[in-house]
Design a protein around this ligand. Structure first.
Ligand code: HEM
Ligand code: SF4
Length: 568
């Protein structure tokens, strides 16, 4: 993991002092909220429905146990005892007092963290595969490149005032776990036929009100050129991106407007001016940064462990957890463990201070003191000995972190929605909780198998509903909250945008709607066919037909009128 040097410490310290002064001027009304807005956003501080929200950057999702302990402390001392892990591998605090923020930033700086560039029209946190460096299907460890891009994009003047925010994701494995197709730039680290390392470059993906999958503009870019080539992309974007209309300002709109081919041609042309220039990456620099990602001191272990195998046979709950929450590791005798933050009754992605402290201890004891945040809003212990899995399971279970549901229906992505977010049209967390409640039978969940349910409280698509196998979008209809459902979306290697099945539903109808969709799948699936494959094979027609066939009664605890679906 990257460690700050004295310059990093100095820059962060000065930034905090500057912000402390800005906050005190706001508190004494020397600055109006309008004047202060641009200043706070540069430090990741948003104004929410009820309070300020602080978004803290977690570069490519990697954390040390000390950093997690600090998160726990901040949640306890300055918030309501919990934090919310996001799909972009960050953490957000929802109940922050303005006067506390400089102190919080100081606390963060003490563990080499900050909130800079987590907001605004600049390069945001660079995300990557949560199993980077350990994944059994990894082609090349992407983390050194992610760190180089992070250092390069932080405070880079060319990227400080882009037409709109800019998100880069980087993947180094065969399976894409970083959702690269829905990023402004998605990079895949690959080998070419000659065995050289480089990147496949995708550009112009994104969600929001105009969901678009990125287009490949270069099949192979030698690694030395990653910065100059990306700079060429950003120059074109800076020059032609729409600054007159916020809804048309993302790079995806530019790429769509001129076509990926022409966009690629312009980038190549622009690139010729800077190619081989000073920003060309050298072997020495790559090595220097890669050295921060040293391989942990793995022991020489046998691939099999007799006691573990025995536990698997004797204990069905443990076996279920292993099946869903334990992932293969490239080193024999080790495994990666996903700690589920999707316990029934808790908003997806939330972790309490007590859980965070516990997770930090668990990481120290069993995983070289390190953690990762996943794109699905869970946490990962990347280097657990197979022989320790049973103990880790028991301990995680005692703290509500071992729900065996990774990749299942209840492992949802869900944005904060109307409970917190000022932009929401509808709540999303209570819907997630109601659905989790309805599907509380683990055997049934395991039978349904892999399925991705994503939910957003408004058109901005923070919850990635467009690329959910089932997507739920909160909409406003004459002042009431309704939900639009789509099917067939996917992230990863075969990314796709889902199709809306028809008129939207009232909140209380949602668990039944999801139930009916699942019934169609269970009825029509071929043997071993995943939900997404059935949905893509059959299209939305059978789902639509069954879901709307008979009226759906509204769950009374929402207190809304019973009724059939309304159109939106
Ligand atoms: C509660 C405070 C939040 C606010 C005010 C907020 C605001 C926004 C806005 C305005 C957009 C649309 C930007 C655009 O493309 O024009 C957006 C998109 C997005 N947000 Fe949030 N958001 C919040 C929380 C979250 C959370 C908790 C997550 C992660 C779970 C998240 C992840 C995303 C993602 C991934 C997008 C991207 C869509 C894309 O790629 O185009 N946001 N958010
Ligand atoms: S999708 Fe909408 S409601 Fe949900 S967090 Fe994003 S902006 Fe807020």
């Amino acid at each position: 993991m990257y460690r700050y040097d004295q310059h990093d410490h100095q820059i962060i310290k000065e930034r905090i002092a500057q912000f402390r002064d800005q906050v005190s001027r706001r508190l004494s009304n020397e600055l109006s909220e309008d004047e202060f807005r641009i200043l706070r956003l540069q430090n990741g501080l948003y104004m929410q429905r009820h309070a300020y929200m602080l978004r803290v950057a977690v570069p490519y999702g990697m954390l040390s146990s000390n950093q997690v302990r600090k998160f726990a402390h901040i949640a306890r001392k300055y918030d309501r005892g919990y934090g919310h892990f996001t799909t972009r591998q960050n953490i957000q605090y929802n109940w922050i007092n303005l006067e506390d923020t400089p102190d919080i930033l100081e606390e963060l700086a003490s563990v080499e963290m900050h909130a800079i560039q987590t907001s605004g029209n600049c390069m945001r946190n660079i995300t990557s595969d949560e199993f980077a460096g350990v994944a059994a299907d990894e082609v090349i460890d992407p983390r050194a490149y992610a760190e180089i891009l992070r250092q390069w994009t932080t405070f880079h003047p060319e990227f400080a005032y882009l037409p709109r925010k800019f998100k880069i994701a980087i993947n180094g494995a065969k399976e894409d776990r970083a959702a690269i197709a829905v990023h402004d730039i998605g990079l895949t680290v690959v080998h070419n036929e000659a065995g050289e390392v480089g990147f496949k470059v995708m550009v112009g993906g994104g969600m929001g009100r105009t969901p678009i999958l990125g287009s490949v503009i270069r099949e192979f870019l030698p690694w030395q050129h990653v910065m100059t080539y990306l700079e060429a992309i950003l120059r074109i974007y800076n020059q032609y991106g729409r600054r007159d209309n916020i809804y048309k300002a993302r790079i995806k709109i530019l790429v769509k407007a001129i076509g990926a081919e022409d966009f690629a041609r312009q980038v190549e042309e622009e690139w010729q001016d800077i190619k081989d220039g000073p920003a060309t990456l050298t072997e020495a620099e790559l090595k220097r940064v890669a050295s921060y990602f040293t391989t942990p001191d793995y022991e020489n272990l046998p691939a099999q462990d007799a006691a573990y195998e025995q536990h698997l046979q004797d204990n069905k709950s443990f076996a279920n957890w292993v099946k869903r929450n334990v992932k293969p590791h490239k080193v024999a005798g080790y495994a990666a463990v996903v700690l589920s933050l999707k316990k029934p009754g808790v908003p997806p992605g939330d972790a309490s201070s007590e859980q965070m402290d516990f997770i930090a201890d668990l990481a120290d004891q069993y995983s070289f003191g390190e953690l990762r945040v996943t794109h699905e809003q869970n946490l990962v212990l990347a280097d657990v000995k197979v022989a320790d899995l049973f103990t880790v399971w028991q301990e995680a279970k005692a703290h509500g972190l071992a729900t065996p549901n990774i990749g299942l229906l209840t492992d949802m992505i869900c944005c904060p929605g109307g409970d917190f977010c000022a932009l929401a049209n509808a709540k999303s967390i209570p819907i997630a909780l109601d659905i989790t409640d309805r599907f509380n039978d683990l055997d049934y969940l395991h039978d349904i198998g892999d399925i991705e349910l994503n939910m957003s409280g408004c058109i901005n698509a923070c919850g990635h509903h467009h690329v959910g196998n089932i997507g739920i979008l909160g909409v406003d209809k004459d002042g009431s909250e309704f939900y639009q459902v789509s099917i067939g979306g996917a992230q990863g290697n075969s990314a796709a945008i889902g199709k809306i099945i028809g008129p939207s539903f009232a909140a209380g109808q949602m668990p039944e709607v999801i139930d009916r969709i699942i019934q169609v799948y269970v009825r029509d699936r071929l043997e071993n066919e995943r939900f997404i494959d059935t949905a893509q094979r059959l299209g939305i027609a059978p789902f639509k037909e069954f879901v709307y066939a008979t009226p759906i009664r509204t769950n009374e605890h929402h207190g809304e009128d019973a009724g059939t679906a309304v159109s939106y």
